[in-house]
Design a protein around this ligand. Structure first.
Ligand code: E4P
Length: 223
């Protein structure tokens, strides 16, 4: 499963990229606005941290077909390994289909049903991003929707990856890992929740205490 960071915070990206294997970074207009930075500057800063082997996904703001095409072409040229996120509106589907013919890498986003995900995959999207927590928040079944979409993509042997997005807790991520989701994008606090456990910290402290009680403070296995 690919692990992608859903943040524009360069400190969070730097920290988690140094500690884990991170397959990409996703942003959206709300994330960029939250960083209060120029869009181009932010993408370049992220690029400098993660390097060109790691994908960056950035979203168009345009809603009309011609404007989506223009903006997508602009974003796609910002760096190597750049995915253009396009919401699955009517004009969005049309743009995905036509941009794919030009070889642009596309992440179809703002997906709320398995139908939308299937149609975006069929239009040629490399990734389709269903929003788990936004569905859960309206009493719909976010995990169930992603499960259906993963089954459909796998059943028809489509090349597209399901990129589950919009998470509020680590349990939502775990439920999707159990059903074989292809990739997830989650904010730093959720990735950190996946990394840590109080018993890990307790165990490390206990190992040191036991060692130091026997061999003295500050001693190590190599001296
Ligand atoms: C990612 O591609 C989405 O834009 C993002 O995960 C949405 O997350 P949110 O629902 O927490 O804003």
């Amino acid at each position: 499963m690919q692990l992608i960071l859903d943040t524009g915070n360069v400190e969070e990206i730097r920290e988690l990229h140094s500690k884990l294997v991170i397959d990409g970074v996703t942003t959206n207009p709300s994330i960029v606005a939250g960083e209060k930075k120029n869009f181009l500057k932010l993408i370049m800063e992220i690029d400098e941290i993660v390097g060109e082997a790691t994908a960056i996904h950035a979203q168009v703001l345009s809603t009309k077909y011609e404007d989506i095409i223009d903006e997508a072409l602009f974003i796609s040229k910002l760096r190597k390994n750049m995915y253009v996120k396009i919401p699955v509106t009517g004009d969005g589907f049309r743009a995905i289909k036509d941009l794919k013919k030009q070889g642009i890498k596309i992440t179809a986003t703002a997906i709320f049903t398995a139908h939308q995900g299937f149609l975006a995959a069929k239009a040629g999207a490399d990734y389709v991003a269903p929003y788990v927590n936004r569905l859960d928040n309206i009493s719909a079944d976010g995990v169930g929707t992603v499960r259906d979409l993963v089954n459909i993509i796998n059943t028809y042997h489509m090349d597209t990856k399901v990129l589950a997005a919009s998470f509020k807790n680590a349990q939502q991520v775990l439920e999707l890992m159990k059903i074989g989701v292809h990739s997830i994008t989650a904010p730093a606090d959720i990735i950190k929740a996946m990394m840590g456990h109080p018993l890990t910290d307790w165990s490390v402290a206990k190992f040191i205490e036991d060692w130091e009680n026997e061999f003295g403070k500050g001693t190590k296995t190599n001296r």
